[in-house]
Write a protein that binds this ligand. Structure first.
Ligand code: SF4
Length: 605
């Protein structure tokens, strides 16, 4: 769902009308108790316990605001690694994303947060307050069976996320003083500083977290005098830009794998000397140490430690754990992609024995639903993984991303389904072979069709990504994509769609001339490389591609057998398929309002 840009002032807070220091003592305590979305155990007891052991404390903060359906992965992985490698350090993970959602609902409940009628369609607070229970499966409306209720609450949550996220970013960027006047941000900062720490880490994944992360970093450095380290996948190619944009935000940004550099930083009192991937200021210059990528990622452990997080409080009826079975992508060539760059140009796998050990450990903790959040898992690795899971006897469900090549044989797909694979997110991108070749996608239209049908036969649901407006793509070529989807609609349960964007650092950005781009220009600078636009030698403009995609929206939405937004909250789609079973999904009627352009002959290019 598209996030709306909120108006300037919508957080109408008692805190602004009353004495803020009073609110800190009274309202904040109340808010803490009611919004105890972060684990309910006493912070003081944690501090006391760790003090008694004489350990130093490292606080790892996960930032608002992103989808709250499952816990973060990076921070729990680092916690496990650092506590194993540096026994003198205790690491605590604080999920401020989940905390913020809880606090927003708490403020809606006590009336300190009100939205004017033009925001969120004027929905009443009582309606918004039903969201958490519905997603946690505690509502009278059944999560798995009432598609209309799911879309209703899913839509509200997405809009709320967009509104609050936009608000947080704006007020964070506007905050010049030492204490944010915005109550949500101020309380978030208080929540963080109540956790005594000798050092802080801030994990950032998404662009919408940048401003808040920069503010927290700057204020923590100023108020506590402690070191603050940043890391996370959003710093691919952008750590230096970020540090120049927010010069006081961090002592060190870690680019690349976080485990070893963080260990070194903690061991040498925050000094970045010799720390691979460290980006930092020195003598008025931003310095970047080249990142190193450890070949043997089993040495990192790979088992996330979720013990600081209450998995039952995420917005899913059953816990879903994210896992990484590999680092990087085995293909690393798609012209539009920047994702694989967070692993340099490497593709490194955890050993299967290690993966099974990790899964076994999490299953023993009561988790049996997993999102494998790898950039891309190779078919051969899926084959081995599926065999290993089946041999282990583990009863799990999972989903992952994949590239639809002929290497996904019916046999591999059958094994994957047997091992618990509920659905795959396929990078189809286009139904035009010319466009696929230009993208350097490495796929064939006829192979993609066969793989989707074979996966469907095997009992795996297919979700597919398509992209409109790749430079030089014509309207006729996009209609080829629609025809591809239509030919295979029985086998497809969801379309994830997007319009091409020129990402700084991608192959097409570095070599625009190879892809028919005749001109590029910076539209606006941003903390991570800027927003770029382009002109191409032919094909649709970005605007035309957006309009075309919008015009076929009703058709694309018809692919969903259940709620439209189940695919937006990916974890939920897996839970739905796992709970109801694929046979039940197939029995659900779907009605395709086929667009006129599919009935007409393909226009000339
Ligand atoms: S789009 Fe996927 S397959 Fe292509 S390079 Fe990126 S991560 Fe790899």
């Amino acid at each position: 769902m598209k996030a709306k840009r909120p108006p300037q002032e919508y957080l109408v807070c008692k805190a602004k009308e009353e004495n803020f220091s009073e609110m800190k003592n009274e309202g904040f305590e109340k808010g803490e108790a009611a919004a105890a979305e972060v684990k309910s155990e006493s912070v003081d007891s944690i501090v006391a316990a760790s003090s008694a052991k004489g350990k130093r404390r490292f606080l790892l903060i996960c930032l608002p605001l992103t989808v709250p359906t499952s816990p973060p992965l990076g921070a729990p992985l680092l916690k496990a690694y650092i506590e194993r490698e540096l026994p003198e350090w205790q690491v605590r993970v604080l999920d401020m994303n989940l905390w913020c959602y809880g606090r927003v609902f708490d403020m809606l409940r006590d009336g300190s947060l009100r939205f004017p009628p033009q925001v969120l369609g004027g929905v009443k607070p009582e309606e918004l307050l039903r969201i958490p229970d519905f997603f946690r499966g505690k509502s009278e409306e059944d999560f798995f069976h009432t598609a209309a209720a799911y879309d209703h609450y899913g839509g509200l949550l997405a809009e709320l996320t967009g509104v609050v996220s936009g608000h947080l970013s704006r007020v964070a960027d506007d905050c010049k003083s030492g204490v944010p006047s915005d109550p949500l941000l101020a309380q978030a900062l208080q929540r963080i500083t109540r956790e005594q720490a000798d050092c802080y880490g801030i994990s950032m994944i998404f662009d919408q977290q940048l401003a808040v992360g920069a503010l927290f970093g700057r204020l923590l450095r100023r108020q506590t005098g402690k070191k603050v380290f940043f890391g996370g996948s959003c710093f691919t190619e952008g750590a230096e830009d970020f540090l120049r944009w927010y010069p006081e935000s961090a002592d060190v940004i870690i680019d690349g794998d976080g485990e070893e550099p963080l260990k070194q930083l903690l061991a040498q009192e925050g000094s970045p000397d010799g720390v691979s991937g460290a980006v930092f200021w020195r003598d008025g210059q931003v310095i970047r140490n080249p990142p190193e990528y450890r070949r043997d990622i089993d040495a990192y452990g790979g088992a996330p430690d979720f013990s600081d997080l209450d998995l039952a409080n995420y917005y899913s009826p059953l816990p879903v754990a994210p896992l990484l079975l590999s680092r990087g992508c085995y293909w690393r060539r798609c012209a539009f992609c920047v994702h694989y760059m967070s692993a340099g140009l490497t593709y490194r796998l955890h050993g299967l024995d290690r993966v099974i050990e990790i899964l076994r450990g999490l299953v023993a903790q009561g988790i049996r639903h997993f999102s494998f959040v790898d950039e891309m898992i190779a078919p051969g690795h899926f084959d081995n993984l599926a065999r290993a899971i089946i041999a282990s006897g583990l009863d799990i469900a999972y989903y992952a991303l994949a590239k639809p090549t002929r290497a996904f044989t019916p046999e591999i797909l059958r094994k994957m389904a047997q091992s618990g694979c509920k659905y795959l997110l396929w990078g189809v991108e286009s139904g035009s072979q010319r466009v696929l070749d230009l993208m350097d996608k490495g796929t064939r239209v006829e192979d993609m069709q066969q793989v989707l049908r074979d996966a469907h036969t095997a009992g795996i649901a297919n979700h597919v990504y398509v992209m409109a407006g790749f430079p030089t793509e014509t309207r006729a070529e996009f209609i080829e994509t629609l025809r591809f989807l239509d030919r295979n609609r029985e086998a497809i349960y969801s379309i994830h769609r997007g319009v091409f964007a020129l990402e700084s650092g991608s192959p097409i950005f570095k070599h625009p001339e190879r892809f028919g781009i005749t001109k590029t220009w910076l539209v606006s600078p941003t903390p991570l490389g800027g927003r770029w636009m382009y002109e191409s030698a032919g094909g649709m403009s970005r605007q035309e591609a957006m309009e075309l995609l919008t015009s076929v929206q009703p058709y694309l939405r018809a692919f969903h057998p259940h709620a439209i937004l189940m695919a937006y909250y990916r974890d939920h789609a897996m839970l739905l398929y796992a709970q109801r079973g694929m046979a039940a999904m197939r029995a659900l009627p779907r009605h395709f309002p086929v667009p006129a352009m599919l009935a007409a002959p393909i226009p000339a290019r």
